[in-house]
Design a protein around this ligand. Structure first.
Ligand code: TPP
Ligand code: MG
Length: 479
């Protein structure tokens, strides 16, 4: 099988090593490539005869090839900062490159020095904590906040750092770019100008750029030459206070918005969420709160169904002392459900919230208007598990059969007790604990095709009690 050709489009390098003498060099190259620029996988295929061959190799004399990271120069950063400070309503778009660079603290420091609001992307979520006064909301067509989109539309300048202007962040480019100037900083030079031409682009590691910008901002602060953005920040904060979605629904079957409200209540700021795709990814990003880098582990726009469970196991392994909460739709969960047994076998405890709408909900929503809903239902009459009540697979039985613990919730008022019990079970049995929430089957989650045209299908928050777990510091007296 020609695995090299199969893997090429989804790796940074794919190579079948045919000569044993090429092994050291191929590994040397592979390690350098996977770590340079935007990190990513490489594939080395070792045929059996190459695996078994003996070669001359002196490990003591081996040197890895240095991973070079481009660094913005002072001159470039001066220009970027001049452009920012010439603006009246600037924003920083913070991408996942900042997390990769381990530079979230510098991002917050720069934002505070300049007093400029920050829009994290889906992959940059957590670079600035959700309850920080300068966290201005996420922007986009799906995983975004109402206040984030309004703030982007009100801005006149954007500096993007470690981001890629993904189409679900920008929506239509005319709407996204009209009336504002852009600076783009990314580690990968070919990303600059790929989506639209910025007014100024810099190829740089996000951490190096932030360090340089902080130095300049400090100098200008000392010289009292930084503009005062407090009025603009106050406008952004007011939008954050007034443009919320309602979460406090009491319906049975449960509305998804309520699940996220209860999750925000049940899980502390140290929680790491893991999510992949579907309406749960979208609604989760709209309504959950994330308070630090690497606390939102997400497949971004790739969205490979089934990723959540194995990814969560990896996160538990990587962060053994932290609370890990995975979030899946019913189909995402079923895709790799057998991985739960790995968690049971190796004592990898986490809570897996399964929001079961008995539908491929995102697909159903996208097919509205085509009368195709019957093709995407996951429900069946499970006559041997009548308690599933038309919702198909008995996830509680399957999870228990795989050595895990599981709880089913059908009433929103039972959610707090279920999350408490899940935490206790996780502590006692050291296995994955599934909390299956039976949702209403048909829900449409906010989305649209332009950032000024996101459709809201549910009621919006009109008073504080409608959205009691909004980012508290930023909820103004309007309600
Ligand atoms: C491997 C794979 N196949 C197909 C898709 C397309 N897809 C995206 S969301 C979705 C439905 C997901 O259903 P579920 O996990 O129940 O989530 P819901 O939208 O109902 O919350 C599908 C089929 C995908 N992202 N990945
Ligand atoms: Mg579903």
């Amino acid at each position: 099988m020609d695995i090299e050709s199969i893997a090429k489009p989804v790796t940074k390098m794919a190579m079948t090593i045919l000569e044993p003498g090429q092994v050291p060099g191929a590994f040397q190259k592979a390690f350098q490539l996977m770590r340079s620029g935007r990190p990513g996988p490489v594939l080395l295929d070792l045929p059996f005869d190459v695996q078994m061959a003996e070669i001359e190799f002196d490990i003591d004399a081996y040197e890895p090839i240095v991973v070079e990271k481009p660094k913005a120069s002072r001159k470039q950063l001066e220009k970027a900062l001049d452009m920012l400070t010439a603006a009246e309503r600037p924003l920083i778009v913070a991408g996942g490159g900042i997390i990769n660079a381990g530079a979230s603290a510098q991002l917050v420091e720069l934002a505070e020095l300049l007093n400029v609001p920050v829009i994290p992307t889906l992959m940059g979520w957590g670079t600035i904590p959700d309850d920080h006064v300068l966290m201005a909301g996420m922007v986009g067509l799906q995983t975004s906040h109402r206040y984030g989109n309004e703030t982007m539309l009100a801005s006149d300048f954007v500096i993007g750092i470690g981001n890629r202007w993904a189409n679900r962040h920008t929506g239509g480019l005319d709407m996204y770019t009209a009336g504002r100037k852009f600076v783009h900083i990314d580690i990968e030079p070919t990303q600059i100008g790929r989506v639209f031409s910025p007014d100024f682009g810099i190829a740089s590691d996000a951490g190096a750029a932030l360090d340089g910008l902080i130095e300049l901002a400090r100098e200008r602060q000392a010289a009292k030459s930084l503009p005062d953005y407090s009025a603009w920040v106050a406008q952004c904060t007011a939008r954050k206070g007034s443009l919320q979605r309602k979460t406090h629904f009491e319906n049975v079957p449960i509305k998804p918005q309520r699940v996220y409200e209860e999750m925000n209540k049940a899980f502390g700021k140290d929680t790491t969420y893991v999510s992949t795709i579907g309406l749960s990814q979208i609604a989760g990003a709209q309504l959950l709160h994330v308070f630090g880098p690497r606390k939102w582990i997400n497949a971004g726009q790739a969205g490979p169904l089934g990723w959540t469970a194995p990814a969560a196991l990896g996160v538990v392994r990587g962060k053994p002392d932290e609370t890990v909460v995975a979030l899946s739709g019913d189909y995402d969960f079923q895709f790799m459900i057998e991985e739960l047994a790995v968690g049971a076998q190796f004592n990898l405890p986490y809570i897996h919230v399964v929001v079961n709408n008995s539908y491929l909900g995102l697909i159903r929503q996208s097919q509205r208007g085509f009368n195709m809903e019957q093709n995407v239902s996951l429900a069946f009459e499970n006559i041997n598990s009548p308690e599933t009540n038309g919702y198909g697979v008995d996830h509680v039985k399957v999870a228990e059969g795989l050595g895990c613990k599981a709880i089913r919730v059908e009433n929103p008022s039972d959610l707090p007790a279920a999350f408490d019990k899940a935490k206790a079970l996780m502590g006692e049995f050291k296995v994955p604990v599934v909390v299956e929430v039976i949702l209403e089957k048909v829900t449409n989650i906010s989305m649209g095709v332009e950032i000024n045209g996101v459709n809201e299908f549910e009621d919006l928050a009109e008073r504080g009690a409608d959205a009691p777990l909004r980012s508290s510091r930023c909820w103004t007296s309007k309600y």
